[in-house]
Design a protein around this ligand. Structure first.
Ligand code: AMP
Ligand code: MN
Ligand code: MN
Ligand code: MN
Length: 304
């Protein structure tokens, strides 16, 4: 089992627990190294880091950035980022600023299907109003009895061709990766299995083009073991990690008790012989230059 959990959400984005309570739950459940990766917002990191110190747990500053590549929405995880890096903070601020207008359009779309009051209803669930998103709408739809749980909402609402879906332009992929790498972090493609789903997802050829482009602009990792992957997908994406020489990451993508595919806690080991993403930051004298964060490589190049 891996005692790293490098992907989860707090009330700073669409999770149900405060950063402090999230860290406490992770500690109780045996996590030794935790990254908080809220969507497009890093304002929970200081609180989570302080809580992790209380629990004797190692904490990694993280973020999950919403990005648009071709017609796809992708999530790029930044690990070991520096929250004080201005282009990152400013870039995230800019992405967040589009969420309010998007929420209004989502509510308008739901209203056309006879569901009224969704905007106010969704905001009731958003602790951090600036990050209003689909999960908050999903909780409102469950409350009103349209669906039995948040997961089933995403089968009938808020996704392409269903009520409440609104296309949105997020950060460009090069911007998202450069904010992460520029801050000294490692950019990881989150839950790739979600992008290849069924008929609306990308095919293998497109996924390979994405991976090549992602690596060209500085991406270093791919989620292999994560909450939204099946064990078959652990193996599938471990093969991609090896083929593309990417570091493998793992995380529950926990949002709240009873709401997520996987709870915080220990995750199954990587299949095959993956190079884990923490090689990029853990002090390891054998760390090869290709696994070092870009900022470090650039500094070394300059010093040479
Ligand atoms: P947004 O950033 O507003 O587009 O919201 C994205 C969030 O919606 C994701 O981070 C998940 O929390 C949630 N979500 C998207 N698809 C699903 C799904 N199929 N099942 C459960 N939650 C989902
Ligand atoms: Mn989420
Ligand atoms: Mn995601
Ligand atoms: Mn997530």
């Amino acid at each position: 089992m891996l005692d790293y959990d490098l992907h989860c959400h707090s009330t700073v984005s669409d999770g149900l627990l405060s950063p402090t309570d999230l860290v406490a739950r992770a500690a109780e459940r045996g996590v030794k190294v935790l990254a908080l990766t809220d969507h497009d917002d890093i304002s929970g990191l200081a609180e989570a880091s302080a809580a992790a110190t209380q629990h004797g747990m190692q904490f990694i500053n993280g973020v999950e950035i919403s990005a648009t590549w071709r017609n796809y929405t992708l999530h790029i995880i930044g690990l070991h980022i520096d929250p004080a890096y201005k282009p990152l903070a400013e870039g995230l601020h800019n992405i967040r600023s589009g969420r309010g207008a998007r929420a209004q359009l989502m509510a308008d779309s739901l209203a056309k299907s006879g569901i009224s009051g969704a905007l106010e209803g969704a905001y009731q669930y958003a602790d951090n109003q600036g990050i209003i998103g689909r999960t908050h709408f999903a909780r409102f739809l469950v409350e009103k009895g349209y669906c039995k749980d948040v997961r089933s909402v995403f089968k009938n609402y808020l996704v392409k061709d269903k009520p409440g879906y609104v296309a949105h332009q997020w950060a460009s992929l090069p911007d998202a990766v450069s904010w992460i790498c520029g801050s000294g972090g490692v950019a990881v493609l989150a839950h790739p299995g979600r992008y290849t789903l069924a008929r609306k997802g990308m095919g293998q050829k497109t996924l390979r083009e994405l991976l090549r482009e992602f690596i060209d602009i500085g991406g270093q990792g791919i989620e292999v073991v994560c909450g939204s992957h099946t064990p078959e997908q652990y193996a599938e994406f471990a093969r991609y990690a090896n083929e593309f020489n990417l570091l493998a990451s793992c995380g529950s993508d926990f949002h709240g008790p009873g709401e997520s595919y996987r709870d915080l806690g220990r995750l199954p080991d990587f299949p095959l012989d993956c190079r884990p993403v923490w090689l990029a930051w853990e002090a390891d004298p054998s760390m090869s230059s290709e696994t070092k964060p870009i900022k470090q490589r650039e500094a070394e190049r300059v010093n040479r």
